[in-house]
Write a protein that binds this ligand. Structure first.
Ligand SMILES: [Zn+2]
Ligand SMILES: [Zn+2]
Length: 252
């Protein structure tokens, strides 16, 4: 039997999400989306040559990294010549991706965010002194935009303005924790599994009374079940609870 190499899938989810975003959410033609993806492929090729990425542009996990890599690429004479010759089609493609990555129109997505729920490949874990599963800073920002920087459990919860973006300070939480990734075939770092919370509700989910946490988890299960299934995460309610709540609980 022939042996196959497992592809290195780091950053793959953003490529898939970007494509769906273009076609399903913005309603662009497949050919238009492919045009942008091809531009991003070429950009990736040049970024690889300059050692700015390992595989492609989709592995860059923050807006800062994206801007930094692009600034370096623009200084490359071969690439900038190519871009000029192509009537700046590469800059245009990258600009589109940047807008998507910044979550610019995510605040207006409403239910069309469901179009983005698909099973995603699991990232290779990075082995350090312990296992760290990749989390995307871009998905994080997009989820905050989508939730309008409101606590998804209690929209009335007020925080304070954050210096970084002058928006209400909010946190993102993975409903099924990333530490469970090894038990799943598909990624847990997905829109369907991420929730925007105020710091109080967030801490409550990590440290609150088990009985109250169970109520919240049940509520989240009902709310997210279909989207999780679409993302390749299928669990019964009891299993869902059991996986999230700590094993040894005193009392009930
Ligand atoms: Zn959390
Ligand atoms: Zn809250």
């Amino acid at each position: 039997m022939e042996e196959r190499q497992v592809p290195f899938v780091y950053g793959g989810e953003l490529k898939k999400y970007f494509q769906l975003y273009m076609t399903q959410v913005l309603g662009r033609k497949d050919s238009t989306a492919n045009h942008y993806l091809q531009a991003l492929n070429t950009i990736s090729k040049y970024m690889r040559q300059l050692n700015l990425v390992n595989k492609d542009v989709f592995e860059l996990g923050s807006l800062e990294e994206l801007h930094r890599a692009w600034d370096k690429l623009e200084q490359d004479s071969v690439f900038s010549h190519l871009n000029q010759k192509g009537h700046n089609m590469y800059s245009a493609g990258f600009q589109r991706y940047l807008e998507f990555a910044a979550g610019h129109s995510f605040g207006k997505l409403a239910d069309s965010v469901h179009q983005l729920d698909v099973p995603q490949a699991v990232h290779e874990p990075s082995y350090m002194s312990y296992e760290v599963w990749h989390r995307s800073g871009i998905l994080r920002g997009q989820c905050l935009e989508y939730a309008h920087y409101q606590c998804e459990l209690h929209p009335e919860h007020q925080t304070f303005l954050a210096e970084s973006n002058h928006r209400p300070y909010m946190e993102v939480h993975h409903i099924l924790p990333m530490s469970l990734q090894g038990q799943f075939e598909h990624s847990l770092d997905i829109y369907a599994n991420i929730i925007c919370l105020c710091p109080i509700c967030h801490r409550q989910l990590h440290a609150g009374l088990i009985a109250e946490r169970r109520d919240i988890i049940d509520h989240l299960y009902e709310e997210r079940r279909d989207r999780l299934v679409k993302s390749g995460i299928e669990l019964g309610k009891e299993e869902f609870e059991r996986m999230i709540l700590p094993l040894h609980v005193v009392g009930k």
